[in-house]
Write a protein that binds this ligand. Sequence first.
Ligand SMILES: NC(=O)c1ccc[n+]([C@@H]2O[C@H](COP(=O)([O-])OP(=O)(O)OC[C@H]3O[C@@H](n4cnc5c(N)ncnc54)[C@H](O)[C@@H]3O)[C@@H](O)[C@H]2O)c1
Ligand SMILES: N[C@@H](CCC=O)C(=O)O
Length: 423
Amino acid sequence: MAATMLGQGKNAWQAEIDAAAELADFYRFNVSYAEEIYSRQPTLNEKGQSGKTDWRPLEGFVYAVSPFNFTAIGGNLVSGPALLGNVVLWKPSPSNIYASYLLYKILREAGLPPNVIQFINGDAELVTKVALEHRELSAINFTGSSDVFRSLYGKIADGVKAKKYRDFPRLVAETSGKNFHLIHQSADISNAVKHTIRASFEYSGQKCSACSRIYIPESRAKEFFSEMKQELSQVKMGHPEDFQSFLGPVINQAAFDKITSAMEKANKDNHLQLAVGGGYNSSKGYFIEPTIYTSDTLDHPLFDQELFGPVLVAYVYPDAEFDSLLGAIDKQGGGFALTGAIFANDQAAIRKAENELRYAAGNFYTNCKTTGAVIGQQSFGGARSSGTNDKAGSANMLMRFTAPRTLKEEYHSLNNVLYPSNA
Ligand SMILES: NC(=O)c1ccc[n+]([C@@H]2O[C@H](COP(=O)([O-])OP(=O)(O)OC[C@H]3O[C@@H](n4cnc5c(N)ncnc54)[C@H](O)[C@@H]3O)[C@@H](O)[C@H]2O)c1
Ligand SMILES: N[C@@H](CCC=O)C(=O)O
């Protein structure tokens, strides 16, 4: 936890969720998911024969590439495949080396044999080039941004075309999001505000599941923003070691520059208005205030761009346009489809959103925030440009790292070559 607080800038609460709770959950639940997979056996066998499925590990190695923001994600990317018997090459994020290496050392100390998981720091492109050149590459287990995954996908496709690999490598990825909160006129606004603050601003918006676009009905907008300002006035930004801090810095200078330059652009944009926050300071740590812009148009690029920081864009819609808004929400979001939430008390509105937004999010929540999936309760992942949707925290994900072999044994001899119909 301490390594995650210091290395990733998480406060104690967030570090506990990540490096203690979620990591332990991954380890415990993966064991039961492995048992679930091994117990999948043929239910029918003809008389005089037996059959079973041999759940082999992949024949080659798994290349696992982890992001900076969750110590637990790196731990899961490598331990899931290793648990099923695979050899894993682990390339951690350069911004999460300390906690990842500590985790690797803990696994070794706990009895993991040498070289089952191989920890390789270094230049991302160079390490990847070497891994992707290898004939025995059997899978990629990636979590990070969609653009990096696209480039890996392209390189693997070229390798497959050139017959570089023994296998067709499996590609498993959880990637970016532009996640939404949709507020209906029937919503409990106070609940929606509190959940939005957590979803958009906890850990400075650096969760792939963070809410970064919100749709608010005109009739409730005043109440929403007034309560938002009131609640945010109690939120403290500061060093993770200060237990009063609700949010800390963003991860590094590059992230700070990317987010603040988007904010500077937004400040000059006639379609956007700064509703909350807007301040930032990098004199000691890369701090950015919780910030909300309202847009006077739905057709704005900020509804599509993942900034991965504490910046939320809001659209206030005429209440009567709820139905048509669903189509717009589905279309925007930069092609991502990771998480989304509706806040409403009207059951018909909830069901409508659930149906119309069926492909807009891999994790869809009602009356609660887009962040905070719990292993064993909400398996996690999205499709479209948010990844391969294999669902972290489920047996499905582990299944991708198996090469099942079908075994059949007969206990009688064959008496004839000719078929009965040949007679
Ligand atoms: N869907 C999920 O479950 C999930 C979880 C966490 C983070 N994310 C996403 O990850 C991103 C933030 O994390 P990040 O900044 O660490 O992502 P990133 O894509 O910059 O880096 C992820 C990993 O890819 C490596 N990498 C970077 N460039 C590479 C290249 N050219 N070739 C090979 N490897 C390369 C990095 O070193 C790192 O290990 C966000 O987009 C976020 O949405 C998604
Ligand atoms: N699974 C986490 C997000 C992981 C990505 O950063 C959540 O549900 O909030």
